[in-house]
Design a protein around this ligand. Structure first.
Ligand code: NAG
Ligand code: NAG
Ligand code: CA
Length: 363
């Protein structure tokens, strides 16, 4: 009789259950946080790294000889022009293309490029275009449809895409975008080409992207920076656009195989819509990374000749699932809650048994 009473009381005392739930949920989160922190600490190996600015691959004020002297390390193309304060890849005018390319192939294994840039113009939001791109490619000084560079390029491209072609196209067809595929532009996106992969301009490069992030880079008062790091075949892109001098993560992908001896470049294009696309500086740092003998041997064994990305299918499916994250989170929370409730019930059963035994001892 007494047991039944107690059970009903516990069972229906929802505030008690609720509190227990929150507590176990909290501890679950603490545990996950702890795991995450440990993971981050273990993977943090930046301390064994040094960096050196490499002038021959860098471009900065006063841009000595750029665009006029054949001895300069950089060459201009198309509508690009040099002023005392910036290199303007395109002016805020329709149908322009411009580029600046390094003349010297880069043979560094690990490097970091810091791009100081500015995109600004008269156009209101989404009435501007098309964006700029930073390149590390086999080819150089080619005109084309990919932000002013050729299609089917070989190497790495990081794009600051300022015009949402796909969204506009779908809007024009009076279809509605599901929130999970909609992107806010400008959007920073990375792609690795192997000479036969085409950039889909109408879809803003979605089919071939490695990843990306949104970045409100237009008409900013403060400086905007893009950071591209390639170290131990890991590609990291970060941005600093809030004027806080803090890097924000954009993408981070391991297993990116890029050959040495490619060229750095920056290009931009305007169409019906336009913007000024200015490069203020490109600073390339050599990173010296201490490798274990095993790592060195592995890298010597398989020399890279064609750019590629490991586990690209996995990466892509991961990104598709990202769109499902709302549902995924829901189920994760649901099952966590069910798990917690289960544990609480077990706890209560054990507790009531223990309580009963204790009472028995008292009687
Ligand atoms: C380039 O990549 C595509 C898609 O991953 C692949 O089908 C093609 O064989 C690759 N081409 C070369 C030359 O490796
Ligand atoms: C790029 O590659 C694709 C697929 O290999 C091909 O269909 C297309 O014609 C190529 N485009 C250019 C401009 O070479
Ligand atoms: Ca676009």
């Amino acid at each position: 009789m007494a047991t039944v009473d107690r059970n009903t009381r516990f069972c229906c005392d929802s505030s008690f259950l609720h509190r227990r739930n929150i507590m176990s949920f909290k501890s679950f989160f603490m545990f996950m946080l702890l795991l995450f922190t440990i993971d981050r600490c273990l993977s943090e190996d930046d301390h064994e790294m040094e960096e050196f600015l490499k002038r021959e691959y860098s471009l900065s004020k006063p841009y000595q000889g750029v665009g006029s002297s054949g001895s300069s390390h950089w060459e201009l193309m198309g509508d690009a022009m040099v002023t005392t304060d910036y290199i303007r890849l395109t002016p805020d005018m329709q149908s322009r293309q411009g580029a600046v390319w390094s003349r010297i192939p880069c043979n560094l294994k690990d490097w970091e490029m810091q791009v100081h840039f500015k995109i600004h113009g008269q156009g209101k939001k989404n009435l501007n275009g098309d964006g700029l791109a930073i390149w590390f490619t086999k080819e150089r000084m080619q005109k084309g449809p990919v932000f002013g560079n050729m299609d089917n390029f070989t190497g790495l491209g990081v794009f600051v895409d300022t015009y949402p072609n796909e969204e506009k196209y779908i809007e024009a067809q009076k279809k509605r975008y599901t929130p999970r595929t909609q992107r806010i532009f400008p959007f920073v996106l990375a792609m690795v080409g192997n000479g036969s992969i085409s950039y889909d301009h109408e879809r803003d490069g979605r089919p071939t992207e490695l990843g990306g992030c949104n970045a409100m880079v237009r008409n900013l008062k403060h400086d905007s920076f893009l950071f591209i790091r390639y170290i131990r075949r890991r590609l990291t892109v970060m941005i600093d656009i809030d004027g806080q001098h803090e890097w924000r993560d954009c993408l981070d992908i391991p297993g990116v195989r890029l050959p040495q001896g490619y060229y750095f470049g920056a290009t931009a294009v305007t169409g019906d819509l336009s913007d000024n696309h200015d490069i203020i500086s490109l600073k390339l740092y050599q990173l010296t990374v201490i490798r274990s003998r095993k790592e060195e041997e592995e890298e010597e064994e398989e020399e890279i000749t064609i750019p590629s990305v490991d586990n690209l299918d996995l990466l892509r499916s991961g990104q598709n699932e990202e769109g499902m994250s709302g549902i995924a989170i829901f189920f994760t929370v649901l099952f966590s809650l069910l798990g917690c409730i289960f544990l609480v019930v077990i706890g209560l059963v054990v507790f009531s048994h223990w309580n009963e035994n204790r009472r028995k001892r008292f009687y």
